[in-house]
Ligand binder design. Structure first.
Ligand SMILES: [Zn+2]
Length: 618
């Protein structure tokens, strides 16, 4: 039996090298919080996964998932060795019966098996980067053990709602071994899982959640977008349509819980479409991962557009430019990041808006590190006799077709600029297709001066010789997009723009429950120091380019700005909160004359107004 074919496969080993601003962003991550958790954060440093006394469930697998990719993308020997130390310990601690998670035998019945699914994802990443021959036998034994474990202990809690997370690794093992019991296991896992297809077909969650449930949990919903795709790959004979499921799931979320970036709210359960409501950083990186898988599997360019909107806007917004702090929840309109005594979040605590080490909860601390590396790793895909530029990111791909060495360099500052130069060098003449995804949000596009269609993959099919250079030029216009409550947001291409609110920060260094916050891994509150209650007062937008800064998303050095007239309007603080704007203004009557204001990328802001009405000013 053959698995369902995919449009493109991810690049293994170290054949894809990020360059330019993307490399700088990845270096910031490597030198920041996610790149150093094994040195100071107990849940990774002293994890039960390596024989320590701290958490032995989600934290280390979450962290390794991004850290391994990051180490190989940067070809950093120190990081590779640090990752290997964890992988070695995990293999060394596997029991004779195949059980691989850190849990005593008498506690296994209570252990939530989701961590095994997540670890399977991580070990598959490790294999793809290293080719380590220990991975397949260890995972086979772990899955064999799982098969008997599930007979007596059906999936529950997180395992029941994140059942699909190990199916990528399971599919790989099946392709390696052709062992039919792996397909039977996938079926058994699904039978014990929560029935998301029925939920999606009869979507009941049409307003802000009032209590915490697995069904409405935003990270589960971000992950589950790709669930049926995985299942369909393993069971192509079933009537499952993974992409149709994903489309319907997203449509439901966007209808009732949309954010301007294309993300959906969830703090931490779905929470309506107010621009003051937030979403969890874990959900952002999981939704990105889902969209990367959908793009690679289907070749439908729309998934790349959706992915870029999250990657260039939601992800950087939730992290400080130096990648040393992150928020649990970030909001579209964010006029303060302060301890909220009576937070408006659907279920989260007072600290969910703070930038810090583990504000509200530590899952995002461990998990956010997968965001940038998995994006970078999706820049190029490989198909049958085809090289696929899935995302126009600065990088180099080295690969081989029919014995010809092929180097494909992409020089670009996209999304901050509108052009890219592809240089393809082959060691001997070779025929293959180069497929370049042209974003759907471009008004127009051309390659070497000739118009090409937007919103699809442009295919160049020929025999390549020597060195070929291709110049891609995209055209973007500033565009106001309608939002609920009569409000609008301003896009230009893949970047959403916000009015930055000047702020001061207050640093908090302290220890709680044995976890130390100490600079640079401490917490910060942000207080607005200037008015934030603005509306758009015209649609005449001037675009200005500035040099790209060392930190691509630094608030004080935005590489691209938009200027337009804006005016202050009456807008109150959200009831009972201290620094959260009401969902909409009190009135649309301007308070004074229009001012020319400068908007910067959403992802570069700390405090911001993004979703605002358009009013007539004198
Ligand atoms: Zn989280």
């Amino acid at each position: 039996m053959e698995l369902r074919k995919t449009f493109g496969r991810f690049v293994d080993g170290g054949a894809l090298t990020p360059k330019g601003w993307l490399r700088r962003q990845l270096k910031l991550q490597a030198e920041g919080q996610a790149g150093n958790l094994d040195k100071f954060w107990p849940d990774v440093k002293d994890s039960a996964w390596i024989g320590g006394k701290a958490e032995g469930w989600e934290r280390v697998p979450y962290w390794l998932d991004g850290f391994i990719d990051l180490a190989w993308l940067l070809d950093d020997d120190d990081m590779k060795a640090r990752a290997k130390r964890y992988i070695d310990a995990i293999f060394a601690n596997q029991c004779a019966d195949g059980w691989i998670c850190p849990c005593p035998v008498d506690k296994r019945a209570d252990y939530d098996m989701w961590s095994l699914f997540l670890l399977a994802k991580v070990l598959h990443v490790w294999y793809r980067r290293t080719g380590d021959p220990r991975v397949a036998p260890a995972l086979m034994e772990a899955f064999r053990q799982l098969r008997s474990h599930l007979a007596a202990n059906p999936l529950k809690n997180w395992g029941k709602y994140r059942w699909y997370e190990g199916l990528g690794a399971l599919a790989w093992l099946f392709e390696e071994t052709k062992e039919p019991w792996l397909l039977v296991l996938a079926e058994r896992i699904r039978q014990q899982s929560y029935d998301y297809p029925s939920l999606v077909a009869n979507w009941p969650y049409k307003s802000k959640a009032t209590k915490w449930t697995f069904e409405e949990h935003v990270v589960n919903l971000g992950m589950v977008i790709h669930s049926e795709l995985f299942y369909q790959r393993l069971h192509p004979e079933s009537n499952t349509d993974g992409e149709a499921f994903a489309e319907t799931m997203l449509a439901n979320l966007m209808k009732y819980h949309s954010m301007a970036t294309g993300m959906f709210t969830g703090d931490e359960c779905v929470s309506g479409d107010s621009p003051s409501q937030g979403t969890e950083l874990c959900a952002v990186v999981e939704a990105m991962y889902s969209e990367e898988l959908l793009l690679a599997a289907t070749g439908h360019a729309i998934w790349g557009d959706r992915l870029e909107k999250l990657a260039f806007n939601a992800l950087p917004a939730a992290c400080s430019a130096d990648m040393w702090t992150h928020q649990y929840d970030h909001a579209t309109n964010q006029i303060g990041c302060q301890n909220e005594p009576t937070p408006i979040w659907s279920t989260n605590g007072a600290e969910a808006h703070l930038f810090g080490l583990e504000p509200n909860y530590g899952c995002c601390t461990a998990n956010h590190g997968q965001g940038w590396p998995k994006l970078a790793a999706s820049a190029f895909l490989l198909g049958d006799r085809s090289i696929i530029s899935a995302l126009m990111l600065p990088c180099r791909l080295e690969t081989e077709i029919d014995g010809a060495q092929i180097v494909c360099d992409v020089e670009t500052d996209y999304p901050f600029r509108d052009t890219a130069t592809y240089t393809i060098t082959v060691s001997q003449p070779v025929a293959f297709d180069l497929k370049i995804r042209i974003p759907g949000f471009a008004e127009a596009a051309e390659i070497d001066g000739k118009p090409v269609k937007t919103g699809e993959f442009h295919v160049i099919s020929k025999t390549w010789e020597g060195t070929t250079t291709l110049n891609v030029k995209l055209t973007f216009e500033p565009q106001f997009v309608d939002r609920p409550r009569g409000m609008s947001v301003l896009w230009r291409g893949p970047l959403l723009f916000s009015l930055p609110i000047p702020s001061r920060s207050v640093k908090h260094e302290y220890e709680r429950n044995g976890v130390e916050r100490k600079f640079p891994y401490c917490d910060y509150e942000y207080f607005a120091t200037a008015p934030w209650n603005y509306a758009f007062a015209g649609k005449d937008v001037a675009v200005e380019e500035h040099p790209l800064p060392d930190m691509p998303f630094a608030e004080d050095k935005p590489p691209l700005t938009l200027s337009l007239p804006m005016v202050r309007i009456p807008w109150a603080i959200h009831e009972k909160s201290i620094a959260i704007a009401a969902p909409q203004p009190t009135s649309l009557t301007p308070e004074g004359a229009a001012e020319q204001k400068t908007l910067i990328p959403f992802g570069s802001t700390m405090l911001r107004m993004t979703e605002m009405p358009i009013v007539k000013a004198d």
